[in-house]
Design a protein around this ligand. Structure first.
Ligand code: MRU
Length: 341
């Protein structure tokens, strides 16, 4: 992906160092964050320097490889990485795969981590190819959170079809939900879309009913952090609300995710662990003043409690289709199982 004409990857590994686009500084500054150890990479995942299901999967794989390179206890390291963020399946998938490869040799662990990051990129590209025909010329797409190339290495999941459609000459307009409390839509999706030259508007998280009732949305596409065997899909908090609205107003609602996001050990979404994050994310916001100086300010009533579940689960019945690297499927047990044969 190009930023100011130069190629960058959201997550990259070179000579034992993990290089991350620092998503906490975007869109106000573009900086590369370096992680020199497994512990550094864990911290970056936890504090969301790197975030988004696929990107943290790639980073987690590299963190596991760093543990093997440093001769850390791999079992303890794997536990530490898994404890960083509980919901995204890709993180666990990558740790397990690199851990197994590391039983052969350190080189095998590094190769496997690199292979997974590349596979992530290829899957995201193929999601774009399969999803692109859903977007007609002139389409208006609503998306939630950031499932672009910052969140899923190099193409994105939900935004990959949008990028393909735009690059192919179609007119596309994207409504990006702000996605409180961390504002991944307002900060990251908007930055990506601007970077790609795609027309868009940031909208408040509670604008969905207004937009759909006015016929302003042709389809909704979001990413997913974990999908159960029956198609129930966890994604950023607020996604389920959009799915309910989409069904009410007859708007197609798609989830875009690679096979590495499916958790076939879970028969439905009830078993998905929902991460609870700090109340500070609700109580404080960070950004520049009019002079460009960054501040963190309180935006809620001091003394009030705040509750911050980071994800919700959209039941399969609300999902029109899941766009994967193998095609678009109905969220049904048999269809999902067939993807893995
Ligand atoms: O908490 P985050 O920002 O890591 O949220 C995860 C997500 O990026 C979204 O839920 C996204 O839609 C999943 S796919 C990149």
């Amino acid at each position: 992906m190009k930023v100011a004409g130069k190629d960058y990857l959201t997550v990259r590994f070179d000579e034992g160092v993990v290089y991350l686009i620092d998503q906490n500084q975007l869109p106000f500054a573009f900086a590369i964050h370096k992680c020199f150890s497994c512990e550094d990479t864990c911290t970056a995942i936890r504090d969301m320097t790197v975030r988004g299901a696929g990107a943290i999967g790639a980073a987690a794989g590299f963190a596991m490889a760093q543990a093997f390179i440093a001769d850390d206890d791999p079992v303890a390291a794997a536990e530490r990485i898994r404890a960083t963020r509980p919901t995204a399946r890709d993180l666990f998938f990558a740790v397990d795969r690199v851990f197994s490869a590391g039983q052969i040799s350190v080189k095998a662990a590094v190769d496997e981590a690199q292979h997974l990051a590349l596979a992530n990129t290829e899957a995201a590209r193929d999601i774009g190819r399969f999803g692109e025909p859903l977007i007609s010329d002139g389409a208006r797409v609503l998306t939630h959170c950031n499932a672009g190339w910052l969140g899923f290495v190099d193409y994105g999941s939900a935004l990959s079809p949008v990028y393909m459609a735009h690059r192919g000459g179609k007119q596309v307009f994207v409504y990006a939900d702000e996605t409180r409390p961390r504002s991944q839509g307002a900060r990251l999706t908007a930055w990506e879309l601007a970077n790609e030259g795609i027309e868009h508007s940031i909208v408040p998280d509670n604008a969905g009913a207004y937009l759909m009732s006015k016929g302003m949305i042709d389809l909704v596409i979001t990413g997913a952090d974990r999908i159960a065997a029956n198609g129930d899909a966890a994604n950023k908090i607020g996604t389920f609300e959009k799915a309910i609205l989409a069904r009410h107003f007859g708007v197609p609602f798609y989830i875009a995710a690679p096979l590495s996001t499916f958790d076939l050990d879970l028969k439905d979404g009830k078993g998905i662990v929902i991460e609870k994050r700090s109340a500070d994310e609700i109580n404080y916001q960070t950004g520049p003043d009019r002079a460009g100086i960054i501040h963190t300010i309180r935006v809620t009533n001091p003394g009030s409690e705040a509750f911050n579940p980071a994800f919700d689960v959209t039941p399969a019945e609300f999902i029109t289709g899941i766009i994967t690297e193998k095609g678009i499927i109905k969220p049904e047990i048999g269809k999902i199982a067939s993807l893995f044969r």
